[in-house]
Design a protein around this ligand. Structure first.
Ligand code: GLA
Length: 393
């Protein structure tokens, strides 16, 4: 027998243990897959999603680890008289779509908002959380992105204009907790992705609400400046990520056409160093081989998906030249040398200062070749480019 207060503490501890265990099982490494938003926006259709799933099988992405096929905003229709949410005319049969995706060894994700409306003004889950979670589970959904959107207006009112004010903050946490509990109550394992753009240091409380990942920034776009602003601003957040709970600097833009190959390599390298979710955001049915090669590079995926689950961080920044490292399992280490400048630059680096032991094996990831060991290296890094090294002892 335990005293009531001690019992309560024990039960809370057990519950927290259960949440952490469930989280870790759902997303032991950062989720990988595809999301419709960055290319199709709210116009996405059932046919687009099936085509993405087919492409992932045919082009090797599924076998490289990309598993989730995530429908973002734009699938929602109206509610029936009993409140059940239906998909719109572009998605005639969600259950059939989930079956189609599952039959290909992939998983299906969906999108909603804690507010009455989503960001693209479709139906949100406000007041229907438990019902919507049951609907997703019945369809066979495996992943939910839950995007603040119109709930921001409710927060602004509660916080008298300040969405981070204590009253608004409590309301926001309650909204995310409510959907987490509703998902758990379905007994279907559903990855829970929080999207509220990094407000109120979400990385400090997102895991406690059962979030498997949480957006840390506003929206990415297919432009180097925006991608770099978001990606490099992640410095200092590494201690908040780990197996089951990941920082999410938004989806990938690789292949959408707005960046050079060097810039896309920087994008992919930085996301891998950050142990970020790798959700491709392009049209997989019509992609250039050089973009597929970036998404499918085995070494960069291994860095992102490393079983230690540690997020990397910035080690030094000298003007536009930044060095980031990521500790990996089996004493390996990933080192990224970034050039954010407007001209190619030769960077002299003392590998010993980065913890590289003598005679280490060094793989130059994007060159696809090994680099002979030497204490110092001075690679040329293209404008907006990267040299990514995978070092093992
Ligand atoms: C927000 C999110 C995006 C996307 C859109 C959909 O802007 O940050 O990732 O989901 O909403 O409307």
């Amino acid at each position: 027998m335990c005293l009531p207060r001690k019992c309560l503490a024990l039960v809370s501890l057990l519950f927290l243990g259960f949440v952490v265990m469930a989280q870790t099982t759902l997303a032991p490494t950062p989720p990988m897959g595809w999301n419709s938003w960055n290319h199709f926006y709210q116009h996405v259709t059932d046919a687009d999603v099936r085509a993405a799933a087919d492409a992932m099988v045919a082009n090797g992405m599924r076998d490289a680890g990309y598993v989730y096929v995530n429908i973002d905003d734009g699938w929602q229709g109206t509610r029936r008289a009993d409140g059940t949410l239906q998909s719109n005319e572009r998605f005639p049969d969600m259950k059939a779509l989930a079956d189609y995706v599952h039959a290909r060894g992939l998983k299906l994700g969906i999108y909603s908002s804690p507010g009455p409306k989503t960001c693209a003004k479709f139906e949100g889950s406000y007041g229907h959380e438990a019902q919507d979670a049951q609907t997703y589970a019945a369809w066979g959904i495996d992943y939910l992105k839950y995007d603040l959107c119109s709930f921001g207006e409710i927060l602004s009112k509660a916080g008298k204009g300040d969405q981070a004010a204590p009253a608004a903050f409590a309301l926001q946490q309650e909204a995310y907790r409510k959907m987490h509990d509703a998902l758990v109550a379905t007994s279907r394992p559903i990855v829970f992705s929080l999207c509220q753009y990094g407000m109120s240091n979400v990385w400090e409380w997102g895991p406690g609400l059962g979030g498997n990942l949480w957006r840390t920034t506003g929206d990415i776009s297919d432009k180097y400046d925006r991608m770099a602003l978001i990606g490099f601003s992640q410095a200092g957040l590494s201690r908040f990520a780990g197996p089951g709970h990941w920082n999410d600097p938004d989806m990938l833009e690789v292949g959408n056409g707005g960046m050079t190959l060097d810039e896309y390599r920087t994008h992919m390298s930085l996301w891998a160093i950050l142990a970020a979710p790798l959700l491709a955001g392009n049209d997989l049915s019509h992609m250039k081989p050089e973009h597929l090669a970036i998404l499918e590079n085995k070494d960069v995926i291994a860095i992102d998906q490393d079983s230690l689950g540690r997020q990397g961080d910035r080690i030094s920044a000298l003007g536009p030249y930044e060095i980031w490292t990521k500790p990996m399992a089996h004493n390996r280490i990933a080192i990224a040398l970034f050039n954010r400048g407007e001209l190619a630059h030769t960077l002299r680096v003392d590998l010993r200062q980065l913890g590289v032991p003598p005679a280490a094996h060094i793989r130059n990831v994007w060159a696809g070749a090994d680099l002979p060991y030497s204490k110092t290296i001075d690679p040329m890094i293209p404008k907006h480019g990267v040299v990514l090294l995978l070092v093992s002892r």
